[in-house]
Structure formats: structure tokens, C-alpha cells
Design a protein around this ligand. Structure first.
Ligand SMILES: Nc1ncnc2c1ncn2[C@@H]1O[C@H](COP(=O)(O)OP(=O)(O)OP(=O)(O)O)[C@@H](O)[C@H]1O
Length: 240
């Protein structure tokens, strides 16, 4: 589904990713773990075209995407739910969700059934269902985070990039976010997940990569990484 080879990217003269390889097979959940500043968000941005790769290849399905602008990549079925709460504050919940489906339109005709997917998103996120007509800017932080995730789902995507969906959430909402990720997985949605809660991410994921200073240091089945002594010591200790 997604295949990344020798990807390099950064900001101006500063190189952050030094040639990384990642594979996300169809229907699988892959997690990228690493400490602050390792380059996880930069990887997500390079995949979705928000920043340009300076070297390497990114293939989505059978298409090379590393030179494409973000809207073209979205049309190919890649949804990016970025770090932080990026919702349209002055629009209602339901209108935010409809906007998420915008890349599915060519001319006035959408691909698939938008209204059915809207109901599916509401079913997945009951908190949003209760607040359908509320302006997104008046939702709590956690609810906005869920709206950002639900909006990504509205693209009816081939692949979802989830960047720290639990960021800043109260523990009970963190649990809910992971339950939703597990349900999306059951529905066959392919995901690349970046999470500060490495243990929870490894529980839901099939496969994992550890990113250290812009290099992949370890990768393997999530089950295996959970018991890897170095991974345990660095990412699964104490409060995680
Ligand atoms: N817009 C930017 N301009 C310049 N440097 C940036 C920018 N965004 C990130 N960086 C730098 O790139 C490096 C990698 O950042 P990135 O956000 O990818 O890390 P991360 O692994 O997602 O970390 P975190 O867990 O803290 O979010 C950091 O050194 C960061 O300071």
C-alpha cells in the first residue's frame, strides 16, 4: 500500500530524515515510535506532501507521490490527521465532516456515498453525533481531536496517517481514541500511527518502526518490539 525508500527530508538546510525505509501493507496498522524530535511528524508531513522529500521514493499503491502536492495525494486516498487540533472553528461538526470528503469530488460528483460515510463516522464517534450542529470552535479540545480524526475517515481513505491522536487528552479520552483506532482496524482501514503512548500503540499495531535521530534503528512485528529490551528501556518504561 505505502512504501518508503531512502527518504530524506527536512527544513531548509536542516536535514531531519536521513534515508528511511517504511512499509505499510494494506489493512495493517503500522506505528512509528521515537523520542521527541526524532522526526516522526516530519515523516508524516513528507508522506502527505506538506514538505517535499529531498531524496528517496514514496509509493502509494502503484503511484509515486514524493513530487506531488498535498491535494493530489489526498485525491489518491491518503488522509492526514495532523498533530494538534486542526478543525474549522466557525463551521459545525457536520460541515467539518463534509469538508473532509471534499477531495472525493471530481466536478460535482463524489466518489462513493458521502451521507452513508457521514453516518458511519457519527457511529464511530458518538460524542460527535451528540454535537452534530455545534460549532467546532466551541468543542472541547478532546472533541476537536476526535473531529480531526473523523474528518480524515470521511475521505474514505486508502491510508490514514494519525499523528499523535491522543495528544493532550484526558486518560479516559485516550482510551477512547485507541478503541476507535482498533475499530477502524477491524473495518480494514490501513493506518500509520505516531503516538507518545508507545505501549498502547504497540498493542494496536501489527508492525512497528523505531525512529532515532532521523534513522530507523529497529523494526519488527509489534509483538516482538514489545519485548525487545532496548525498546522497553527507551520507550516502554515507567509512566508509559
Ligand atoms: N517547521 C519546522 N522548521 C524547522 N525545523 C523543524 C520544523 N518542524 C520540526 N522541525 C525540527 O525537526 C526535527 C524533527 O521534528 P519532528 O516534529 O519531526 O519530531 P517528532 O519526532 O515528531 O517529535 P515530537 O514527538 O516532539 O513531536 C526537530 O529537531 C524539530 O525541531
Amino acid at each position: 500500500m505505502l512504501s518508503i525508500r531512502q527518504l530524506e527530508a527536512g527544513y531548509g538546510k536542516v536535514k531531519v530524515l536521513h534515508g528511511i525505509d517504511i512499509d505499510v501493507p494494506k489493512g495493517k496498522v503500522v506505528t512509528l515510535i521515537g523520542s521527541n524530535g526524532a522526526g516522526k511528524t516530519t515523516t508524516m508531513r513528507a508522506i502527505s506532501g506538506m514538505i517535499q522529500a529531498t531524496a528517496g521514493q514514496i509509493t502509494l499503491g502503484d503511484k509515486r507521490i514524493e513530487q506531488l502536492p498535498p491535494h493530489r495525494i489526498a485525491r489518491l486516498g491518503l488522509a492526514h490527521s495532523p498533530e494538534g487540533r486542526r478543525v474549522f472553528a466557525t463551521l459545525s461538526v457536520v460541515d467539518n465532516l463534509r469538508l473532509g470528503a471534499f477531495p472525493r469530488y471530481t466536478g460535482s460528483r463524489p466518489r462513493g456515498d458521502i451521507e452513508a460515510d457521514l453516518e458511519r463516522a457519527m457511529d464511530l464517534f458518538p460524542r460527535l453525533q451528540e454535537r452534530r450542529l455545534q460549532l467546532a470552535g466551541t468543542l472541547s479540545g478532546g472533541e476537536q481531536q476526535m473531529l480531526a480524526m473523523a474528518r480524515a475517515v470521511m475521505l474514505n481513505p486508502e491510508l490514514v496517517l494519525l499523528d499523535e491522536p491522543s495528544m493532550g487528552l484526558a486518560p479516559i479520552l485516550v482510551e477512547e481514541v485507541f478503541r476507535i483506532i482498533a475499530r477502524l482496524k477491524e473495518q480494514g482501514v490501513t493506518m500509520l500511527l505516531v503516538e507518545q503512548f508507545a505501549a498502547a500503540a504497540l498493542n494496536v499495531a501489527d508492525y512497528a518502526y523505531v525512529l532515532e535521530n532521523g534513522h530507523i534503528s529497529v523494526h519488527g512485528p509489534a509483538e516482538q518490539l514489545k519485548t525487545d529490551p532496548a525498546v522497553k528501556a527507551a520507550y516502554l518504561g515507567g509512566s508509559h
